[in-house]
Design a protein around this ligand. Structure first.
Ligand code: HEC
Ligand SMILES: [Cu+2]
Length: 323
């Protein structure tokens, strides 16, 4: 129902459910007995009130029962809260800086970004600071919210488990543009994350990775598009309909390709053969509007059966899906 992108998000929801559940039952009991007493001890039926001196049993019950209930709420939620507070060894450190009206993220190796990138399956410790006024670092899908206060360092630990992009909001009114103080967190596999951290791929690669990949980490390794990731095709071709260095694979559904062959504009039918030629002999026909950057590595990196698989994959998933 709600996105739960950390390993304790679900537990936080259960705590909420527990507390709301108990509150709701108490609300029912109290409301029903109130109505019952209003009717039963109506002034018309009992014109003269009788005095009650007290009742030890009832007093003990209404002290002990709420105390026990509140204590179960406390210990139940404390058990979950601890997970966001105990920093496991080997956690990745990211400094979160809030200021009017933007976020900045500082990584251990000195990288700085406006959008947050973190690896899935690894604990991350956010050190949260503010440079001007009070803000609050809020990621609903992670179920974390922690104030960013000038002159003070707060922290929060998350264990992201799901590949995806999620909203980051400021949850503390901080002036004029508080309402647009949004950014995103991209959770990517550890491999992609460290490649990015080392400068081998750029932010857009991670964004594309997440955009074209919705099924979670497992799908990345086993899903049908995995090979396009493994062979690096997605560095230039998106699986959704955004343009990259090359045309998005979705564009294959146009059926015909306007290409230049030997410098002459020609329209050719997009069939398996066209796809195969585009991959193994990219300079044969250049798609109009794109550079003649060939895909130099394709021939070397694809074995014959991989090539066949990719041709079938692109043909059946994209070309036939004519809208
Ligand atoms: C370095 C960037 C780059 C990489 C990596 C790359 N391509 Fe391309 N690709 C392009 C460009 C640019 C074009 C368009 C120009 C052309 O036709 O040569 C293109 C064209 C294509 C086309 C024709 C698209 C159309 O809409 O007509 C196909 C199919 C294709 N590539 C498949 C692949 C596959 C499969 C891989 C991975 C094995 C791959 N590409 C890797 C840059 C790349
Ligand atoms: Cu703010």
């Amino acid at each position: 129902m709600f996105q739960t992108a950390t390993n304790y998000a679900q537990k936080v929801d259960y705590v909420m459910l527990y507390i709301i559940g108990i509150s709701f039952i108490l609300l029912l009991i109290i409301t029903i007995s109130m109505i019952y007493f209003v009717i039963k001890y109506n002034r018309k039926k009992h014109p003269i009130a009788s005095q009650i001196e007290g009742n030890k049993t009832i007093e003990i019950i209404w002290i002990v029962v709420p105390v026990v209930l509140v204590l179960t709420m406390f210990f139940y939620s404390y058990g979950v809260f601890k997970e966001a507070r105990i920093v496991p060894p080997g956690a990745l450190n990211v400094k979160v800086e809030a200021k009017m009206w933007a976020w900045k993220f500082y990584y251990e190796n000195g990288k700085v970004t406006d959008t947050l990138f973190i690896p899935a399956g690894k604990p991350v410790k956010f050190t949260i600071v503010a440079t001007d006024v009070n803000h609050s670092f809020y990621i609903p899908a992670f179920r974390i919210k922690e104030d960013a206060v000038p002159g003070r360092e707060n922290y929060m630990v998350v264990h992201p488990k799901e590949i995806g992009s999620f909203d980051i909001a400021c949850a503390e009114y901080c002036g004029m543009n508080h309402s647009i103080m949004y950014t995103k967190v991209y959770v990517v596999p550890e491999k992609e994350f460290s490649e990015w951290l080392q400068g081998k791929v750029d932010e857009n690669y991670l964004r594309r990775y997440v955009a074209s990949h919705t099924g979670g980490y497992k799908d990345y390794l086993t899903g049908s598009y995995a090979i396009l990731f493994a062979k690096g095709c997605v560095q230039c071709h998106n699986i959704d309909n955004r343009k990259g260095i090359g045309p998005s694979f979705v564009e294959l559904q146009r059926g015909f390709a306007n290409v230049k062959i030997n410098g002459k504009d020609t329209a050719v039918v997009i069939d398996k053969n066209y796809i195969r030629e585009s991959i193994i002999n990219p300079n044969l026909h250049i798609v109009k509007g794109y550079e003649k950057i060939s895909m130099p590595s394709s021939v070397n990196i694809l074995k014959e059966d991989e090539l066949n698989y990719i041709v079938d994959l692109l043909y059946s998933n994209f070309v036939k899906n004519k809208q």
